[in-house]
Design a protein around this ligand. Structure first.
Ligand SMILES: [Zn+2]
Length: 191
């Protein structure tokens, strides 16, 4: 958790938060967060991973400190959607996306679940990810390193991935959380 001691963020994670602040509250909101968080906290590094859960957690702790919770939650959800869209662009080739979109949901959804397991480091970092094809489908993150507000960021990210490629009706619920002393965060995905 070195990133928490001295937050330096991957440019993507930082960019998603900054864009989300601007889209939700305009430049005044973005400037308020930068001013209240303190510039030393907002260093970015192009060489950091694009999607580091510990960096995301650090950013959300700053949001939690400087914004009302409801507003901070909106920023987290919007930034998760942006992260999901970037993640698809970078890790699921266009031809695979097209195939997933055109296959029947009961065939494509487990394929996407397996793909998410293969790129789990992008949204679960050091946590270990297991999946169960169901139905319903489960995604489990053991020792989740980015637990905050019911794991809102990860939940919104997984939901956006399934809504974009499988079904606009896809829903993700967070059944169990490391925050409450459990060893795993468990998400259930319904199409
Ligand atoms: Zn959780």
């Amino acid at each position: 958790m070195d990133d928490l001691a001295e937050p330096v963020f991957g440019s993507k994670a930082f960019g998603h938060i900054m864009q989300s602040l601007t889209e939700i509250g305009g430049e005044p909101l973005r400037h308020k967060v930068i001013a209240e968080a303190g510039l030393p906290y907002l260093k970015t590094d192009q060489n950091r991973p694009s999607f580091s859960p510990t960096a995301i957690l650090s950013l959300f702790q700053i949001l939690e400190r400087v914004l009302p919770k409801a507003l901070a939650s909106r920023v987290v959800i919007l930034s998760a959607r942006k992260a999901a869209e970037d993640l698809l662009k970078e890790h699921i080739p266009g031809i695979a996306q097209k195939m997933l979109y055109t296959l029947p949901d009961h065939v494509s959804a487990p394929l996407l679940l397996d793909a998410l397991k293969r790129i789990a480091w992008t949204f679960a970092g050091s946590g270990s990810v297991r999946v169960m094809a169901g139905p319903p489908m489960y995604l489990v993150i053991d020792k989740n390193p980015a637990v905050i507000w019911g794991c809102l960021w990860q939940r919104a990210l997984i939901e956006t991935v399934f809504r974009n490629l499988i079904s606009a009706r896809a829903r993700v619920e967070h059944l169990r959380c490391c925050k409450t002393g459990q060893s795993s965060c468990i998400y259930v995905i319904e199409i």
